[in-house]
Write a protein of this length. Structure first.
Length: 210
């Protein structure tokens, strides 16, 4: 029970952090991550609330995942699908807009901070092992089936999604290209840190028992 509670906390905190990082990147106008850029583009094209649009897109993708990678689906999938679009909208409303020049150093630093925050959040929610949203599942499914590094497939997927987002008028800029190439490696980096921390925590608990 305690383990499940910790997993749920990791999931919720992870989703909140992802949303915060996404909005920080968006405020710089340097671009947001490929999937959310795609969702924003679709949302604006059909004039529908971003949270609802994100939920509908994930619902469509989940049908594919159920056929190819059912093991990656869990309660975390549903909670993240339902909440993340609304969390992004919430942070977008409460955080002030920035007035830096596009390529000013403070603006670039804010974007980098947002990217790191977002990747850490993704790592937390993945490492909760309560399930992933359909988009995040694809690179794991392909890696499991064909071998190779997960982040390589993530880069390929993000690059394709960036192109589709651009076609639909999503907020694509130089930052989106950076995110398309950097999200996968950074997420893997933070996941390794979290795994090491949990391993150390497990060892400390064993020492207490001894």
């Amino acid at each position: 029970m305690m383990k499940n509670k910790k997993q749920l906390i990791m999931l919720i905190v992870g989703v909140l952090i992802i949303s915060l990082g996404t909005v920080l990147c968006k405020k710089t106008s340097l671009g947001i991550d490929p999937f959310n850029a795609f969702c924003v583009g679709i949302s604006e094209t059909i004039s529908l609330n971003l949270g609802t649009t994100t939920l509908l897109i994930n619902a469509a993708l989940i049908s594919v995942i159920l056929l190819t990678g059912r093991s990656f689906i869990g309660i975390g999938t549903v909670l993240t699908m339902v909440s993340i679009g609304y969390f992004i909208s919430f942070f977008d409303r409460i955080l002030p807009n920035v007035s830096f020049d596009l390529f000013a150093i403070p603006n670039i630093l804010l974007f980098v901070v947002g990217m790191l925050i977002m990747c850490f959040g993704v790592s937390l929610y993945i490492e909760s092992h309560l399930g992933m949203v359909p988009y995040d599942c694809f690179s794991f499914i392909v890696s499991k089936r064909f071998g190779g590094k997960t982040f390589v497939y993530r880069i390929m997927l993000d690059s394709l999604t960036s192109l589709i987002a651009f076609i639909f008028g999503g907020p694509i800029s130089v930052g989106t290209i950076i995110l398309a190439g950097g999200l996968g490696p950074l997420i893997d980096f933070f996941r390794e840190l979290i795994q090491k921390y949990r391993g150390l925590e497990g060892n400390r608990n064993l020492e207490k028992v001894d």
